[in-house]
Design a protein around this ligand. Structure first.
Ligand SMILES: O=C1C[C@@](O)(C(=O)O)C[C@@H](O)[C@@H]1O
Length: 259
């Protein structure tokens, strides 16, 4: 049986992929302004990308931002993400500070999930997962490759490795250089979701040529998808309104077919 997670009334791992919008802003005011602009949009999950925040080492400030986001979005899943530099993030951080920050966010009682760079920082994975699970919330394991798309077996192995290490949800985002790369990602997604994995996965081929991967998660087995509200925050993201329309179209069609 495949695992599904229901958090704040949002079920991850079945039905329509859940729409996530990242908030990537430097200051409190910009974060709040962006958050308010999202209130009426069709979004299931908010990701706070803390690597953009200029006061990232001030715990009091972090708490205030998380509290404000929680109050604005009582019914949405809130993910805390500090994207490391080697995975396409905006700021350098030591592994110690990274671990401390994730621990703090997990224990704040305000977030539902913490994103952990499981592949590029293996040394701190165990400690991070332990803190996050002890706080009673979910771990999203992540791996980003902004240059290329590894071969199918590597993608499957990476997703399965994250599951084996304790990720509740495993995510990969890769760069397709050809249509073949997109097929590789979709193939790896389908095989992992249908044959190997027993927990939800999230897979993305970035850039406009990877767009199908952001739309067709329900067909191939990716449980969440990142969209944009205003400017895209990663290559190939489209607006949440368009995303919502396409996901509904695909979902409705599958329901008609009894899938
Ligand atoms: O992992 C991802 C996916 C992403 O890189 C994208 O391609 O939409 C956007 C990031 O904010 C998020 O953490």
């Amino acid at each position: 049986m495949k695992k599904v997670y229901t958090v704040r009334g949002v079920t991850i791992g079945e039905g329509r992929p859940k729409i996530i919008v990242p908030i990537i802003e430097k200051t409190d005011a910009a974060i709040i302004e962006k958050a308010q602009s999202l209130l009426k949009l069709p979004i299931d999950v908010i990701e706070w990308r803390a690597d953009a925040y200029e006061e990232i080492l001030e715990e009091e400030k972090i708490f205030k931002v998380l509290k404000a986001l929680r109050e604005l979005f009582p019914d949405k899943i809130l993910i805390f993400s500090f994207r490391t530099l080697i995975e396409g993030g905006l700021r350098e951080i030591s592994m110690e500070d990274y671990t401390r920050l994730n621990h703090f966010a997990a224990e704040s009682g305000l977030v539902d999930m913490v994103d952990v760079a499981m592949i590029s920082w293996p040394d701190v994975v165990e400690e991070n997962i332990h803190h996050i699970h002890t706080a009673g919330i979910l771990v999203m394991g992540s791996y980003h490759n902004f240059k290329s798309t590894p071969e199918k077996a590597v993608l499957i192995r990476t997703l399965m490795k994250m599951q084996a290490l304790g990720a509740d949800i495993s995510k990969i985002a890769v760069m397709p250089n050809t249509a073949d790369d997109l097929l590789t990602l979709l193939n790896a997604t389908y095989e992992t979701a249908s044959r190997y994995g027993d927990k939800p996965i999230v897979t993305t081929a970035m850039s406009p040529s990877g767009l199908l991967s952001r739309l067709a998660g329900e067909v191939f087995g990716s449980s969440m998808t990142y969209g944009a509200a205003g400017e895209a925050t990663a290559p190939g993201q489209i607006s949440v309104e368009l995303l919502d329309d396409v996901l509904s179209l695909l979902h409705g069609n599958r329901e008609l077919m009894g899938l």
